[in-house]
Design a binder for this molecule. Structure first.
Ligand SMILES: Cc1cc2nc3c(=O)[nH]c(=O)nc-3n(C[C@H](O)[C@H](O)[C@H](O)COP(=O)(O)OP(=O)(O)OC[C@H]3O[C@@H](n4cnc5c(N)ncnc54)[C@H](O)[C@@H]3O)c2cc1C
Length: 463
């Protein structure tokens, strides 16, 4: 097992005892068996156990609760999906696209509400969201985003600000304009995930840590599906696959997602004098229009978290602890902190970590249950899992208990993404996209020209 506290600053400061819970002790029968003690698995357990306290629910976790992306992310609990409303409209119609977007706003509030109900101090803080244009070249994409929200009826939730309306919120070098909304929250990922694990245990859910699922079998003649583990079989009428990127390491699921690494650097606590210059008093979650993605948050103890993609996809989709750190990318992120906030001088960095996101071939999340096999899953969030896992937990609780609800009518329900191409095509395609998005960002910064929106890389990014 990995040194849990070293996985991320969030696990280190989770205020929870990270000693692994006992592993599974031989084969067992339950009503619902869940693979993965991240936000997906634990929200699913939470909503199921609340609905029917008599359900016997077991969560099987290879490491410890929060070991995956749920204990490592940027703390954004935002009403964003990785798929655009326009694309949802093309696939499912305008009404479905609107309902899906509304569900993301509701999910942010539901995370806050459920934390309160469960007694989880996750630091939930609804400070809003700021997307910055750093230079005029970023402004058309903000305008385009506002037009899209307006077309779908959500325009009054967003505003474009500049001048003192922007600098009163945050001062970032080169920032000219921003799209702001009040709908996003910040959470402490470690406290949320670890707190949720304790909360579901109080409802009678059993969590077995240090136990690896090695195979998944559909319902047999007895009506039970199986999670095959290194410690025995867990048989249940319903098994839930909540392993996100790690699912790619299981037989039969290898090409449903690719693991793509997102990396983070964290500063030492910033001085009061520097905070007075930066502002950011409301602790909004912050990003810019860069195509290759950046995301920032201000922690409760006054540090700046700067995250981004850029770590190269690796041939054959492996996942290894060693990939959590990629010095060239981490150094680039540290450079961004210095560039965005020159008032920090040579601020120190205390932590650097990362982890795998699960990326489906069509960028479309899936929340599904097949009664024939007994297998349910919620996955494919890419970088927007914190609020979306909550949607997934509620949808799966409805689907597996046969409850028809507005949640089960959402267009992500029972979607099936196409498989990724086999290697070498997968490696060539993903590496090409990563390289061309980075190159395009550099060109935009260099020339001050907005992107055309027509390059292959942009079309992939705007999926
Ligand atoms: C660096 C980083 C930054 C991010 N930032 C944000 C952000 O700011 N906002 C946002 O919304 N989203 C963000 N995301 C995405 C978000 O964190 C994820 O989408 C979300 O946490 C996924 O939750 P999950 O429970 O589905 O998967 P995970 O949290 O990855 O949990 C899966 C669990 O399953 C376990 N597991 C896997 N395979 C097996 C097996 N075979 N047997 C037993 N156990 C197994 C793993 O150990 C793990 O604990 C970020 C992700 C990363 C990596």
């Amino acid at each position: 097992m990995t040194d849990a506290a070293a996985v991320s600053y969030w696990l280190e400061t989770s205020r929870d005892d990270l000693t692994p819970r006992p592993p599974l002790d031989g084969s067992t029968d339950v009503d619902v068996a869940i693979l993965g003690a991240g936000m997906t698995g634990l929200w699913t357990a939470w909503y199921l156990a609340r609905r029917d306290p008599s359900l016997r629910i077991a969560v099987i976790e290879r490491q410890i609760a929060g070991f995956g992306a749920s204990g490592r992310n940027g703390g954004w609990c935002a009403p964003d999906l990785n798929i655009t409303m326009s694309r949802l409209e093309r696939l499912h119609g305008i009404d479905a696209a609107r309902r899906m977007q509304q569900a993301t706003y509701d999910a942010v509030d539901e995370v806050g509400r459920a934390c309160e109900e469960a007694g989880i101090d996750a630091g939930f803080h609804k400070g809003g969201e700021i997307i910055l244009a750093r230079g005029r070249q970023g402004e058309p994409s903000l305008q385009g985003a506002l037009e899209e929200y307006t077309r779908f009826g959500f325009g009054d939730r967003y505003r474009i600000v500049s001048g003192t309306d922007l600098t009163d919120r945050i001062r970032v070098a080169g920032a000219t304009t921003a799209l702001v909304s009040e709908d996003a929250a910040w959470i402490h990922p470690g406290r949320l995930t670890r707190g949720l694990a304790r909360a579901v245990e109080r409802l009678g859910v059993r969590i077995h840590e240090g136990t690896s699922v090695t195979d998944v079998r559909p319902r047999d003649a007895s009506g039970r599906a199986t999670l095959v583990t290194d410690r025995g079989d867990v048989r249940a009428p319903v098994v839930v696959l909540a392993g996100e990127a790690y699912l790619t390491q299981l037989p039969g699921l290898h090409r449903q997602l690719i693991p793509l690494y997102s990396l983070i650097v964290l500063t030492e606590p910033v001085s009061d004098a520097a905070w007075a210059e930066i502002g950011w008093a409301n602790r909004e979650v912050v990003a810019s229009t860069r195509l290759s993605v950046d995301y920032l948050s201000r922690t409760e103890d006054g540090r700046i978290l700067f995250g981004g993609r850029g770590a190269p996809y690796r041939w054959g989709s492996p996942i290894k602890d060693a990939f959590d750190r990629h010095e060239a990318t981490h150094e680039r992120l540290r450079g961004f902190v210095r560039e965005w906030f020159p008032m920090l001088g040579d601020v120190g960095f205390s932590h650097a970590w990362g982890g795998p996101l699960g990326m489906p071939r069509d960028w479309h999340p899936t929340m599904a249950f097949d009664p024939a096999t007994g297998i349910a899953t919620s996955r494919g969030y890419i970088g927007h899992g914190v609020s979306t896992t909550n949607i997934g937990g509620r949808i799966l609780a409805d689907l597996v208990t046969g409850t028809h609800s507005p949640m089960t009518e959402l267009p992500i329900v029972n979607h099936r993404s196409p498989d990724w191409e086999p290697e070498p095509f997968r490696w060539i395609g993903v590496r090409y996209s990563q390289w061309s998005l980075g190159r395009l960002d550099d060109k935009i910064a260099r020339t001050g020209e907005p992107p055309s929106g027509r390059s292959i890389a942009e079309r992939i990014a705007n999926h």
